[in-house]
Design a protein around this ligand. Structure first.
Ligand code: NAD
Length: 554
């Protein structure tokens, strides 16, 4: 019947080129980016509408997906579509400067903000987990995280007093949508790395996309390969199929000379972390049959996993939590020294946040890689002094395999991003680029997130859990002319642990787009500087003074 067909998975791929079927580029771009999130080249499990990060979805159901696409095609240039946890719930008359889409995903009132409550509501079909860029339609595949991971490992090298990771061995876990960037980020920094994943298909996918050099099911062989690479000062990434809760303690026991340890298994969601004693084949069925027992077992395994990480630190390795909440889960699993190592933001990223720097990204609606190469050159010309940026653009041009619509990411800050946006808009207007460009960012960002185990861990003034900031960011981007704005709960670190906002703005070559881009791309990173000024960071104060940010009580 037609009802059955409406609920069936289908293969989605965004249209390419400069002809639109929607009535504005804002609506067309939102539609294409929703579709791009579900492109099998981009999404981890497109049949379930899951884009990345455990269960981060782009739409609540296939019926909701169809209704969003239909509504965006019909939407007038002065109307706004509201999306509640992946379902289109209303269209309102607004004005041309207003966003074409406003999105709220996974938000729950504080006392109810738990995974069991969330799952109950999800089971009833009332809510969806939006992760960060899954439900806000600006995920660009593994490249998105590659740049941040590259920056982080470069900072780790500096903290060890080194120019690069040459001659070091890194151990990590989780080769999924985000974690899969780790091996390439380490080899781009010239190091050797061993990455553990229980699911062989994830490692195979990373090899196929050239994010991982090789993988094996044989731990002895894997260890021999990476230790030889470390000793020879060669860049090499090796995957090994296994459970991190077993492999990490085993490597510790063997005394493998590991310098750096982290992890990106889906620990934020205990049902997305495989406990010892369960096979990959039985994973889903066992988690569904008894989620509470599965959670208890998975936390116990995380305790063993983190206990080994702490022991590596005790033995002298640099160890950090890579934003997946594994310390908190391991603590719940009964290991009381779980927080002995720091999160990566206070350890390596915060100084960049003080300048409003963070993962700025854009995608070419033409589908033509040449458009991205032209924007790469434009960015290099706009920022001639930034050596790290130039190194990244060069390496990304060589090594990054585009997934879905061609896209690029780089870290730019306050009073930088709008220059890029205006330049891209001119290039669209002049015909140098063959179709509009969408410009957005991750929610892992300086001003738009409250996440006490990650982006706002250990804030100077203790304001880690205050979530007024992401709300102000979303309201300001809405007032500034963004094409779509989203407000989410629980991304990255899980339900109950974060509140964050996103924006995407389209450069369609028009004068109106130029005015909107200038405001949004100045104001959005400006909230990051403001947040860090307010928390008492000296460097943020200098940036505000030098670059002219108006902070009334500075
Ligand atoms: P994902 O679900 O796509 O991948 C997780 C991987 O972990 C899977 O391949 C799975 O097979 C593997 N895994 C699960 N249990 C395992 C175990 N016991 N041993 C070994 N492997 C196991 O998730 P993702 O998108 O890659 O995200 C990973 C984590 O990183 C999430 O918790 C996410 O919230 C977090 N994250 C961090 C950042 C950051 O900037 N640091 C950014 C985004 C996401």
């Amino acid at each position: 019947t037609s009802t059955d067909a409406a609920t069936q998975p289908r293969v989605v791929r965004a249209a390419r080129g400069n002809q639109r079927t929607a009535k504005s580029w804002g609506a067309e771009a939102a539609k294409r980016m929703l579709m791009n999130n579900l492109d099998p080249e981009v999404a981890e499990h497109p049949e379930d509408l899951v884009v990345y990060g455990g269960t981060g979805k782009a739409a609540r159901s296939w019926e909701a997906y169809d209704a969003i696409v239909r509504t965006l095609d019909e939407l007038e240039p002065d109307e706004t579509l509201l999306v509640q946890s992946g379902k289109p719930v209303g269209v309102f008359r607004t004005h041309e400067w207003a966003p074409r889409v406003l999105i709220a995903n996974s938000n729950l009132v504080g006392d109810w903000a738990t995974w069991p409550e969330f799952r109950k509501l999800e089971e009833l079909g009332l809510i969806m987990y939006g992760q960060m860029t899954a439900g806000s339609w600006i995920y660009i595949g593994t490249q998105g995280i590659l740049q941040g991971t590259y920056e982080t490992f470069a900072a780790v090298a500096r903290s060890l007093g080194r120019d690069s990771l040459r001659g070091t061995l890194t151990l990590t876990g989780g080769a999924g949508g985000m974690g899969g960037a780790q091996p390439l980020a380490v080899t781009m920094n010239d190091g050797a790395v061993l990455i553990v994943d229980v699911d062989e298909s994830r490692l195979a996918r990373r090899v196929e996309h050239r994010y991982l050099d090789e993988y094996t099911t044989d731990l002895d062989a894997a260890v021999a390969r990476v230790v030889a690479a470390k000793d020879a000062g060669e860049a090499l990434s090796v995957g090994v199929v296994g459970n991190a809760a077993e492999v990490f303690p085993e490597l510790l026991r063997r005394g493998v000379p590991i310098d750096i340890v982290t992890d990106q298994t889906s620990a934020h969601d205990p049902l997305a972390y495989l406990p010892l004693g369960t096979t990959v084949a039985d994973w889903k069925a066992e988690a569904e049959r008894d989620p509470e027992d599965f959670t208890r077992r998975s936390r116990a395994s995380m305790a063993a996993h983190v206990e080994a990480m702490v022991a590596f630190q005790d033995a002298g390795a640099a160890v950090f939590d890579y934003g997946n909440s594994i310390r908190a889960e391991a603590q719940l699993g009964g290991f009381d020294r779980a927080f002995a190592f720091p999160g990566f933001v206070p350890a390596y990223i915060r100084p960049q946040f003080e300048e409003g720097r963070g993962p700025f990204r854009w995608a070419a609606l033409s589908g033509d890689p040449e458009d991205i190469y032209k924007t790469d050159r434009a960015i290099a010309e706009l920022f001639p002094e930034d050596a790290a940026l130039h190194r990244w653009l060069e390496k990304a041009g060589e090594k990054v395999h585009f997934e879905g619509l061609p896209a690029r990411i780089c870290w730019l800050g306050y009073k930088e991003r709008h220059l890029a946006g205006l330049k891209f808009n001119e290039m669209v207007a002049s015909g140098e680029l063959s179709a509009p460009i969408v410009i957005g960012r991750d929610h892992l960002d300086s001003g738009s997130v409250a996440s006490p185990y990650r982006e706002t861990e250990a804030m100077k003034d203790g304001s880690d859990a205050i979530a007024d900031w992401p709300l102000l960011n979303a309201l300001l981007n809405t007032a500034s002319g963004a094409s779509w704005v989203s407000l989410h709960h629980g991304g990255g670190v899980g339900i109950g642990r974060s509140i964050h906002a996103g924006q995407v703005t389209v450069a369609d070559g028009s004068d109106l787009a130029a005015q909107k881009l200038e405001r949004v791309l100045t104001n959005d990173p400006g909230t990051g500087v403001m947040r860090h000024v307010d928390a008492g960071y000296e460097h943020a104060r200098e940036v505000a003074r030098e670059r002219g940010l108006n902070v009334p009580m500075l």
